[in-house]
Structure formats: structure tokens, C-alpha cells
Design a protein around this ligand. Structure first.
Ligand code: SAH
Length: 264
């Protein structure tokens, strides 16, 4: 009997309400769930029947090696088990879905990906930032400065492109990223938003500008997991109580729409 496909499932940013119906169904049918460290414990309530294997480094133990996780998936799949590999956000955004799917398929195991809401999109929305906005930016780029080969993105090209930047895995490399963006010609006044633990009860957000970004983040105690949004749209951030950093937001709005401020 051919075995089931392995499902690479996106758990979204944390809030279980942001799971897809498909993710909930697949979780409910799973025999084994290998859950990444970024997956919030509340999500695991959707697979009470499954054997749950935590593959993360949070909680004190060392990160489970990638090769070991892949071998586990393969072993359970070959036993005829329904295997779910559960990832934070979307499995295809900095989630190794490509390499895991390729590795499994090479060994004769089919793979199906179930999208999730990636942290960058949820983080921006959770504080009222529209990542694209007519008249402000014509696009958005999801990027990380934390690469295995140590070579970062082409920052001058990103700055020249003028899209909103959503930066993942950015906390440890923040000072360097700030330097590179400034050196690539991005203005020091460019609005920046930090969103930590997006969509969870522990969410925090900080709004500043590029020139002060790493200093403010350090003073504020920014910790992983966090998303950084860099771009004019970051000035539009709101909390349920209104504009969080009114001075920088109004400054940015003024540059865009000189009449808007007069109405405040
Ligand atoms: N596949 C995931 C990303 C994994 S890389 C996704 O699509 O979201 C891990 C990085 O994701 C973290 O370093 C952080 O930058 C970001 N991240 C994940 N969950 C987050 C959350 N709840 N709040 C803020 N950032 C988060």
C-alpha cells in the first residue's frame, strides 16, 4: 500500500484563529506531528490524537538537527503513518519546505504543503501597517539578513527598489542591517516598526526611525521572534488606542499628504 504524503503545514504566526481550515483538518487526521519550536502550544490542541514530537531549541534543549528530523519524517511515513511537519508561519517562507519536500520526494515519499499566514504579514497587520499602499509603495519584499553562507541580501538593490522591507530573523543582525541600509542610501528618517511575538498575547511593538533603530531596539529589549518592517508604510502603525508614535507617523503622513496634518 502506498504511504500517505507527508504534509508540511503552516501553523501561522501563533494565534490559532489564523490557522487555515485545511491545516486544522490535516492536524486532526495526523498520527504524528513534528512541531517546530516557533509553533505556539495552543495550536497543538488541534491534534490531541497525534503523537507530538517537538523539534525545537526553545525550552532549554538544543535544536534538533535537520537531518534527524528528516529521517524521522521518512521513518513514520514508511510505517504508513499520517505525518505532519508543522512549521511556524508559512512553510515556504524561510521554513525549509523546499529542501524537506525535495529530500522526501527523492526517497519516494510525496509531500503536500499547506500554506500558513507568514509572520511578516501578520505582524504588520496586527499593528495596522498596510504593507503596500497606493502612493506610498508599489510592493513588499520579504527578506532575511541571517543566511547560512553569511552573505546578506543585496541591500543597495533593495533600497533602490523602494519596496517595503519585511525582515525576518533580524534581531541578532540588527545593527549591521541598519548600517547597510543607511550606507545604501536609505534616509535615516525612514519609519521602522519592530513587532515581537506577533499575534500572541505577548505581542509588543516599537516604532522608530532607521537612524535610531538598533539603539532603540536595544533599549527596549527587543527579542526574537520579531519582524522588522522598514518603509514609509511603517509610519501608519496603529494600536487599538490610536497612533503609537504620533510624531514619526504624522511626519511621514505630512511628507505624503501635506493636508492631512491640518485635519488633526
Ligand atoms: N516560516 C516562518 C518564518 C520562520 S523564520 C513564517 O513564515 O513566519 C523565523 C523568523 O520568523 C523569526 O526569527 C521571526 O523573524 C519570524 N517570526 C516567526 N513567528 C513570529 C511571531 N509570532 N512574531 C514575530 N516574528 C515571528
Amino acid at each position: 500500500m502506498p504511504h500517505h504524503p507527508v504534509f508540511l503545514v503552516g501553523a501561522g504566526p501563533g494565534d490559532p484563529e489564523l490557522l487555515t481550515l485545511k491545516a486544522v483538518r490535516v492536524l486532526g487526521e495526523a498520527d504524528v506531528v513534528l512541531a517546530d519550536d516557533l509553533v505556539d502550544a495552543s495550536i497543538l490542541g488541534y491534534c490531541p490524537q497525534a503523537r507530538i514530537i517537538r523539534t525545537g531549541k526553545r525550552g532549554g534543549c538544543r535544536s534538533t538537527p535537520q537531518a534527524f528530523i528528516q529521517r524521522l519524517m521518512l521513518r513514520y511515513a514508511r510505517q504508513g503513518k499520517k505525518v505532519v511537519r508543522l512549521k511556524g508561519g508559512d512553510p515556504c517562507i524561510f521554513g525549509r519546505a523546499g529542501e524537506e519536500a525535495h529530500w522526501l520526494r527523492e526517497r519516494g515519499v510525496a509531500c503536500e504543503v499547506v500554506n500558513g499566514i507568514t509572520a511578516g504579514l501578520a505582524a504588520a497587520t496586527s499593528c495596522g501597517i498596510p504593507l503596500t499602499m497606493r502612493g506610498m509603495t508599489h510592493g513588499v519584499t520579504l527578506v532575511t539578513a541571517h543566511t547560512e553562507d553569511g552573505r546578506g541580501p543585496n541591500w543597495p538593490a533593495l533600497v533602490a527598489g523602494g519596496t517595503t522591507l519585511v525582515i525576518y530573523m533580524s534581531v541578532s543582525t540588527l545593527a549591521a542591517t541598519q548600517r547597510q541600509l543607511l550606507a545604501s542610501g536609505m534616509p535615516g528618517g525612514m519609519p521602522v516598526a519592530f513587532i515581537e511575538n506577533a499575534s500572541l498575547a505577548t505581542q509588543r511593538q516599537l516604532h522608530t526611525r532607521l537612524a535610531d533603530a538598533s539603539r532603540d531596539a536595544a533599549a527596549w529589549g527587543l527579542r526574537s521572534p520579531a519582524i522588522i518592517v522598514v518603509g514609509e508604510v511603517a509610519a501608519l502603525a496603529q494600536s487599538p488606542h490610536g497612533l503609537l508614535d504620533a510624531s514619526s507617523a504624522i511626519g511621514a503622513l505630512e511628507r505624503q499628504e501635506p493636508t492631512r496634518r491640518a485635519n488633526r
